[in-house]
Design a protein around this ligand. Structure first.
Ligand code: ATP
Length: 639
């Protein structure tokens, strides 16, 4: 692929700064790459300074590699530029415009973790992302073409029907997941592509192939690519156009890979290239404290790195000048003056704060443009489809069918035909127990089916919300609607089996069966709502589990079956348990008409039945609404 790039360069088919070639963009008019400049970027968390006056420039058609030892601030730098975190003080522009929420939309950020829904295939994943993130002016056909183009360009044709996968179910390989992650961000045709450790976890040949693909993308599309990388091989290292070396949050070096060895040698650190990979060499130099103490001040004090930051704007600054500087022939005041006279926006580090630089401060003012590319309705529709496909695997797995049918058959056999014939007191006790158990079984299943949804989807929601893919309200509504039909299938099956095997009142009164089924559905949906509420309140597996068990056991004890004589001062607690409402409604339908001997209803009790049904519906709505409010208020996307 390197040869391809070189050949393309020779043939002149590669453009720098303009988007003549479309990299998997179908027939879409692509936007050119934009220059991303950042100056004196600082980042602090509490009292901990993480980035100190970091400056650099990503150029269209070029790849800037951000290197440095672990903990040097590479990811933090990308997070700041990608708008994931706010920097304490910095100045940045994109294409000459201040970096604001609006202009930052030209930037796509490929996170280090490959965060996707594991059960969707690669094609489904990309197509859903395209439908959510691409403007509605493009037809579905156009979006499909873009997705297919990217699949081809990133060499993933053979795995389009493969699921993304996770630890439990194998799917795409690590390298394929990385490519899927990149394709997902390329969909929006960004002017600047930021990538955090795109090669981490890949073997050397896959990492090299990926680096070449990124280089090809930058060159062919004229886009700006900036990536962090830990340990590039020598081959990879020389694919980069510029290297920004960070150490302890400071710029330790900024320059072209081809100049690195010479610059380090000028400082007295010559690299034996027959035995050393230059990338390893410079990283190891930084790890040696005495070397680090020389290298960083060398570049910072003399501002040699500023030359590289300015890039092509300083055409008269060549290697000889660099040698002059390194030999101490050119002194700092001359340097500063020279820069000032050459560029209208380029200043020595200490001058920036007081200057009228055209590089404006990071601005996070709200813009008036709509934040989303698609309407609420489109988002709702696409998210419902996606959530339905994803939910199918969770709600309707073979294991769950086996469990539900198995337990229902056991119950059916234990309570076989209990409701047939003459019902004595002992049968009444068995029927009430049977109905209470059906309520419990379905409620526990429904709650636990949905409990882990939000904690497990948290990362995907975070990522998608950060990239402005959709409104939270569209997501939440889609989730509620899509999982509703899925969530009632198994409880319905278990109710049918147990009800008919136990020979309950439906044999005499059809309405009793449909009424019981309806109450069971209400209960199931109510428990889904409770699960959503607990999931959003905790957003954590362990906490969700503990809270859910506590609440369910309390509801169970207060459901009316186990304790008949609650102390008077605790009577009010009976009204807390939804089991109490559903169970008494089912008892009403079981005993009201067919078994006059145990009839316990009167007109006022009928009214009670209706109000109990309404309370169940109210519970369902209230928990769902609170779940949404919690998600909106307390779980804002974060890095
Ligand atoms: N939220 C935070 N709170 C406290 N310290 C933080 C936070 N985020 C980052 N840091 C610290 O900032 C430093 C830089 O972290 P960062 O993740 O940017 O490094 P990195 O160069 O990307 O490391 P690596 O290569 O290991 O991923 C580290 O010392 C890290 O512990």
């Amino acid at each position: 692929m390197a040869e391809e790039v070189l050949l393309a360069k020779k043939n002149g088919s590669i453009s720098n700064g303009t988007a003549k070639s479309s990299f998997g963009q179908g027939n879409r008019q692509t936007q050119p790459g934009l220059e991303l400049r950042f100056r004196n970027l600082q980042f602090k968390i509490k009292d901990k300074q993480i980035l100190y006056d970091v400056s650099g420039t990503g150029h269209p058609g070029k790849v800037l590699a951000i290197m440095g030892p672990s903990g040097s601030g590479k990811t933090t730098l990308l997070n700041v530029l990608g708008g994931r975190i706010k920097c304490s003080r910095c100045q940045a522009t994109i294409g000459g415009q201040p970096l604001t929420k609006r202009t930052r939309r030209n930037i796509s950020y490929v996170l280090q973790q490959d965060i996707f829904f594991p059960n969707l295939t690669l094609q489904q994943t990309l197509m859903f992302a395209a439908q959510l993130r691409l403007p509605e002016s493009l037809t579905t056909h156009d979006k499909k073409e873009i997705v297919e183009g990217l699949i081809d360009q990133l060499d993933m044709r053979k795995c389009t029907k493969t699921i993304i996968g996770d630890n439990m179910n194998r799917g795409l390989s690590g390298g394929e997941k990385k490519r899927a992650n990149i394709a997902n961000e390329l969909l929006t045709d960004p002017a600047v592509l930021l990538l955090d450790e795109p090669t981490s976890g890949l073997d050397s040949s896959t990492a090299f192939a990926l680096t070449l693909s990124l280089k090809k993308y930058a060159v062919q599309s004229g886009k700006t690519v900036m990536m962090t990388i830990h340990q590039p091989s020598a081959q990879m290292f020389f694919q980069f156009d510029t290297v920004l070396l960070l150490s302890g949050g400071k710029v330790a070096y900024y320059g072209a890979p081809n100049d690195v060895l010479k610059d380090f040698s000028d400082m007295g650190y010559a690299c034996d290239t027959t035995h050393y990979n230059p990338a390893d060499f410079i990283l190891l130099s930084l790890l040696n404290k005495s070397h680090y103490d020389v290298i960083t001040p060398y570049f910072l004090n003399r501002k040699l790195y500023m030359h590289y930051i300015s890039g092509d704007n300083f055409t008269n600054f060549n290697n000889e000048t660099a040698v002059e500087i390194s030999n101490g022939k050119l002194h700092e005041p001359e340097l500063t003056g020279r820069y000032k006279s050459k560029g209208d926006y380029f200043y020595a580090t200490e001058d920036i704060e007081n200057s009228d630089s055209s590089i404006d401060r990071f601005s996070d003012e709200d813009d008036t443009d709509s934040r989303w590319n698609t309407s609420f309705f489109t988002q709702f529709k696409v998210l419902t489809q996606r959530s339905f496909i994803q939910g199918k695997y969770r709600f309707l797995s073979t294991l769950k069918f086996v469990k539900t049918i198995g337990v229902a058959l056991i119950c059916g056999l234990l309570w076989f035909e209990i409701g047939r014939g003459r019902v004595r007191e002992v049968e009444v006790q068995d029927i009430t127990a049977c109905l209470f158990f059906v309520t419990l079984f379905n409620s526990f299943n429904s709650l636990f089916d949905i409990l882990m949804v939000f904690p497990s989807e948290r990362e995907v929601i975070n990522k998608e919300r950060m990239s402005g893919s959709y409104r939270l309200s569209a997501y939440y509504l889609a989730k509620s609607v899509s999982e509703l039909p899925l969530g009632i299938i198994l409880p319905s099956i278990s109710t049918f089996i147990i009800y008919w095997m136990a020979g309950l009142n439906g044999f005499q009164e059809a309405w009793a069966f449909f009424g019981t089924w309806f109450v069971m559905i209400l209960m199931t949906v109510g428990m889904q709502s409770l699960g959503m509420f607990i999931g959003t309140a905790t957003m954590d597996f362990d906490h969700a589990l503990v809270l859910a068990i506590f609440i369910m056991i309390t509801f169970m004890l207060l459901g009316g079956f186990y304790i008949k004589n609650i102390p008077t001062w605790l009577h009010w607690l009976r009204y807390v348990s939804p089991f109490q409402y559903s169970w008494s409604l089912m008892l009403y339908m079981e005993f009201d008409s067919s078994k006059p001997s145990v009839r316990f209803t009167s007109a006022s009790q009928k009214n009670k039945g209706i109000s109990r049904g309404l309370i169940l519906i109210g519970t369902l709505v209230v928990f769902r609404v609170i779940g949404y409010i919690l998600l909106r208020m307390f779980h804002k996307p974060m890095v």
